[in-house]
Design a protein around this ligand. Structure first.
Ligand SMILES: [Zn+2]
Length: 68
């Protein structure tokens, strides 16, 4: 019980103090970026703002214009 509790407390502490999210897969900071994408709505294409989380895992795809 003690170990579980301290682990949870550490995670909460990290999130509240730094505001950083580290991707568990690539171990780099996950950043939120604003992306303008074109989406087809009712037969017309319209630019749409989107917030996406980006890290080493998907930055190449996102910067290449792919949507994941
Ligand atoms: Zn990642």
């Amino acid at each position: 019980m003690g170990k579980v509790k301290s682990f949870a407390a550490k995670v909460a502490h990290d999130l509240s103090t730094s505001g950083k999210v580290i991707c568990p897969v690539c171990n780099t900071e996950v950043k939120k970026i604003k992306l303008i994408t074109n989406k087809k709505t009712d037969g017309t294409w319209a630019p749409q703002k989107e917030y996406v989380k980006i890290c080493k895992c998907n930055e190449a795809d996102i910067l290449a214009g792919k949507n994941l």
